[in-house]
Design a protein around this ligand. Structure first.
Ligand SMILES: O=C(O)c1ccccc1N[C@@H]1O[C@H](COP(=O)(O)O)[C@@H](O)[C@H]1O
Length: 227
């Protein structure tokens, strides 16, 4: 999973095709969210996932917290990876691994100003049943935990990369202009962006996706050269 690029918040087939053409590997579909209008229907997401070619992968981004429901929804959509943004209990993560061992599970770590100890505890309690972590930014003004367009203190994500026994995807306010610096500082296995790749109409902009993928690829390559 080293050097992986995800683009989240897929809206329709054209956008999915464009993102694959520009070289991002994983496409994130945000569904069953508590307080956000969804970008597309579940049936539309399933149809796009079905058309994704094997080099790429559809990922469900959701706030669901119950293992059975997560498994069923992933099967309905046809995805083999899920990004869990809710407060999922370790018992549910264990149960999910038990009932859906084929599913790649990403657990979000929502970074606030002063919660590194809490995040390390979540890692300690969940690592056995998680394949990858994703750090994202909390917005104290709205309470939002994802797609905030805000960066967080990258030194916190860098510390989580050091302590977590599983790979980490960095997200939160990434865009073509800051992704290289973010990769150099945090040394994540993967990066993910949503709002930083949008145009003024809320659709992903091809040039921004292209520049983001290019900058991220170069920064990941530089990490390998330095090692
Ligand atoms: O993508 C969404 O719509 C979404 C909704 C709810 C929770 C998480 C969501 N996406 C994740 O948020 C990160 C960061 O977004 P941004 O780049 O700061 O806009 C995004 O990468 C998704 O993984």
């Amino acid at each position: 999973m080293q050097g992986l690029i995800q683009v989240a918040g897929i809206i329709d087939q054209d956008e999915a095709d464009m993102i694959c053409e520009e070289g991002a590997e994983w496409l994130g579909f945000a569904l069953r969210l508590p307080a956000k209008n969804e970008d597309l229907s579940e049936a539309e997401a399933a149809a796009i996932v079905k058309a994704i070619q094997p080099r790429h992968r559809g990922v469900l981004i959701t706030y669901l917290t119950e293992a059975e429901e997560i498994k069923e929804f992933c099967a309905q959509l046809g995805v083999t990876a899920v990004q869990l943004h809710g407060d999922v209990a370790p018992t549910q993560l264990r149960q999910l691994r038990h009932i859906a061992p084929e599913l790649t599970v990403l657990k979000s770590l929502v970074v606030k100003a002063d919660n590194i100890d809490e995040l390390v505890k979540i890692v300690d309690e969940s690592a056995e049943w998680v394949d990858m972590y994703i750090t994202d930014t909390f917005n104290p003004a709205t309470g939002a935990k994802g797609a905030t367009g805000l960066v967080h203190d990258w030194s916190i994500s860098a510390e989580l990369v050091r302590v977590a026994p599983k790979p980490l995807m960095l997200a939160g306010g990434l865009n073509p202009d800051n992704v290289a610096a973010a990769i150099a500082e945090v040394r994540p296995a993967a990066v993910d962006a949503h709002t930083g790749l949008e145009d003024s109409h809320g659709r992903k902009d091809r040039q921004k996706v292209r520049q983001f993928v290019s900058a991220a690829r170069q920064a990941f390559a530089a990490l390998t050269e330095r090692d």
